[in-house]
Design a protein around this ligand. Structure first.
Ligand code: GLU
Length: 284
């Protein structure tokens, strides 16, 4: 196995904020401490919201922070075919279904998540008939592909109970060590959006494996997603990396920084004349 390999995977839909910088530094430092590798991945599957100028700003900000990374940088928007292959593998397993529902219809069907904190879509009350499905497809109605947790449970059989990951950081409630994965926290997630042929969950799992990422260092806001990623890795027979979720940066009033909080963007701090050392001190 390649030594320690970790990554920072920003979406170029805005400028990097302090939370991103903290995450990037945590991953970079983890790789450096382990004499391992640090990989950068551009998660730009949403080609409407992601823009080249934000990508350029990300590179510039990270360089300014003093980070360096391996080349070439993987840009997800160049690999839709790859994600389609993983999607097909899941479809061949029989764990996907088409979801024609509008956002509003899905919201109306949300239920409280078992073990989770929020509400999730846990699947349709009744399976759509093939005839109705064919009619809708024929009429050109858009659909998303969702993962059926019920079908996935059947495929994995007793292995479902064994789904787990190793947490080297901490979950929101301080969870550490061997953690049982509970994909039901997120319900029947979308794996290919109506407008995009993939999703965050599918492409992140695909790319972590492809890039040989064996340690995922990222914010605890993605802890719930990890439960789903472990399930996808098992269905796709991909290895599960070790996870290290780190705490989030708060603003002066103790509130979590919003992802697109312009005032807190690195860009703005730099323009105000903050130097790299000050920034490192603020973040680590
Ligand atoms: N692209 C995700 C984000 O910007 C991060 C994905 C990950 O670290 O798994 O929030």
């Amino acid at each position: 196995m390649r030594s320690f390999v970790t990554r920072f995977a920003p979406s170029p839909s805005g400028f990097l904020h302090l939370g991103h910088a903290h995450s990037a530094l945590c991953a970079f430092e983890a790789a450096r401490t382990a004499a391992g590798h640090f990989v950068l991945r551009i998660e730009d599957i949403d080609t409407v919201r992601c823009r080249p100028e934000f990508e350029a700003a990300i590179f510039e900000d990270l360089r300014w922070l003093g980070l360096s990374w391996e080349h070439p940088v993987r840009r997800q928007s160049e690999h839709f075919d790859d994600y389609a292959k993983s999607l097909k593998r899941l479809n061949d397993l029989g764990v996907l279904y088409r979801c024609f529902k509008t956002r509003r219809e899905v919201m109306a069907d949300m239920v409280r998540a078992p073990h989770g904190v929020g509400e999730v879509y846990a699947g349709p009350a009744n399976k759509m008939s093939t005839a109705e499905e064919d009619d809708r497809i024929g009429a050109g109605q858009p659909f998303a592909w969702r993962l059926s947790l019920a079908a996935a449970r059947e495929v994995l059989c007793t292995n479902w109970e064994r789904l787990h990951f190793i947490e080297e950081g901490a979950g929101p409630d301080g969870e550490q060590g061997k953690i049982t994965a509970r994909p039901e926290i997120l319900g029947d997630v979308i794996l290919a959006r109506k407008d995009i042929t993939t999703s965050y969950h599918l492409s992140v799992v695909h790319d972590d494996t492809l890039q040989g990422i064996n340690h995922v260092v990222r914010g605890v806001d993605l802890f719930e997603s990890t439960h789903m990623h472990v399930l996808l890795q098992n269905l796709l027979q991909m290895p599960t990396p070790i996870y290290r979720h780190h705490g989030l940066i708060n603003d002066d009033s103790g509130k979590r920084l919003a992802k697109r909080n312009a005032a807190a963007s690195l860009h703005t701090y730099r323009k105000q004349g903050l130097n790299r050392q000050d920034m490192h001190q603020m973040l680590l």
